[in-house]
Design a protein around this ligand. Structure first.
Ligand SMILES: Cc1cc2nc3c(=O)[nH]c(=O)nc-3n(C[C@H](O)[C@H](O)[C@H](O)COP(=O)(O)OP(=O)(O)OC[C@H]3O[C@@H](n4cnc5c(N)ncnc54)[C@H](O)[C@@H]3O)c2cc1C
Length: 339
């Protein structure tokens, strides 16, 4: 047992040293691509998610393994003046059983939120967690059942956006459910994709409940902006479209999901210049990231919704967080040497 532990630790150390060297040699972009590859690699998931150190470091971004732990976190955040959305972690399931289990967990999540009067969280889901790769009809039916439960409790559901291989399918499913459930269902768009302005204009016509983010997956250069500058520029453009008078008249409600202060200032400035009250939109951030900024925005009178992920399947979510800010990896390494 001890020998196996040592072997694992050594593999772990080697992994980090190799990635660190890789980082220095090829630069941040390549390092990010490597991490995004690892977030999808089964062998890396098995290796890393079994390690107590990884679990400890991941707990900075993940609110716990079960609903009760996540509700404690959500309650604390709401007591501190934040809004919350809860996410039962899981994605890319390959069997019908896994998809059904995920749906049942999320149904239970709605029940728990309803039972706790002091928590007013809504819920975010990924279609690939609900069977999209197996059969899009299965995923749609699962989300439909979730929305029926949300409707019962006057709650809401937002469909997260995954990688570009499923953008069309995700938008199609959203549009169908939007007709059935109205504003109870929301969607996410990603500013790194070239197509997103066109998608946004269609969402504005339909008065959608939209979260804008930059995008968290590895995408090819022919469909996505490669530079942060272009992605940021598009992010600001999209938030302005979604805050426009036309969009608001149609019933659009913007969730500007970012930890980037430049993006946040841009939204605030546009809103102030156009007399748009802070109640007409919200900022959204991930649990454990820029808590200082979350608190400051709330203190300044802005609405902030924190995305609270929980569950056993934390690995890909966690590695995407490392990819977004490679400096997080040093936090990891320092913990390794402190063990
Ligand atoms: C509420 C919410 C929901 C999201 N939903 C989706 C989704 O459905 N689909 C999708 O593709 N992506 C989603 N994302 C992720 C998003 O696309 C980005 O990958 C992520 O938010 C990082 O981009 P950024 O806007 O914070 O800006 P960046 O330019 O990446 O970062 C700006 C600054 O923010 C801070 N920061 C950013 N990320 C981290 C981090 N991981 N750790 C520590 N500091 C960090 C750093 O200070 C950094 O300098 C979501 C993000 C949020 C906040």
């Amino acid at each position: 047992m001890k020998k196996r532990g040592n072997l694992l630790s050594t593999t772990w150390l080697l992994f980090f040293l190799v990635t660190a060297v890789f980082f220095y040699k090829f630069g941040e972009r390549w390092f990010r691509s490597l991490l995004l590859y690892l977030s999808n690699a089964g062998w890396a998931r098995n290796l890393i998610s079994s390690m107590p150190l990884a679990q400890r470091v991941a707990s900075r971004f993940v609110a716990g393994y079960d609903i009760d732990s996540a509700l404690i976190v959500a309650r604390q955040l709401e007591n501190d003046g934040m809004l919350t959305t809860m996410d039962y972690l899981g994605e890319s399931v390959t069997t019908v059983d896994e998809a059904i289990r995920a749906k049942e967990q999320i149904l239970a999540l709605y029940d728990h939120i309803e039972k706790n009067d002091d928590i007013s969280a809504n819920v975010s889901v990924k279609l690939s967690q609900l069977g999209l790769a197996i059969d899009s009809k299965l995923a749609m039916q699962n989300v439909r059942e979730l929305l029926q439960r949300a409707e019962l409790y006057d709650n809401k559901l937002r469909i997260d956006m995954e990688d570009s291989s499923v953008t069309d399918l995700t938008l199609d499913i959203y549009r169908t459910l939007r007709q059935e459930f109205g504003h109870r269902v929301g969607i996410v768009i990603q500013s790194y994709l070239h197509r997103t302005e066109t998608d946004t204009r269609q969402l504005i016509e339909n008065g959608a409940w939209v979260r804008v983010c930059k995008g968290a997956y590895a995408e090819p250069a022919d469909i996505a902006f490669e530079s942060k500058e272009d992605t940021d520029h598009n992010y600001i453009h999209l938030t302005e479209l979604l805050l426009s008078a036309e969009a608001r008249t149609n019933g659009v409600y913007l969730g500007a999901a970012t930890h980037d202060e430049q993006m946040i200032w841009a939204v605030m400035e546009y809103a102030a210049a156009n007399n748009i009250p802070a109640s007409a939109y919200e900022f959204q951030m991930l649990y454990g990231i820029r808590r200082d900024l979350q608190r400051k925005l709330v203190a300044d009178g802005y609405q902030v919704r924190v995305y609270v992920p929980f569950g056993e399947a934390w690995y890909p979510y966690f590695v995407r967080r490392l990819a977004e800010r490679p400096a997080n990896i040093w936090f990891f390494i320092s913990n390794f040497f402190r063990q």
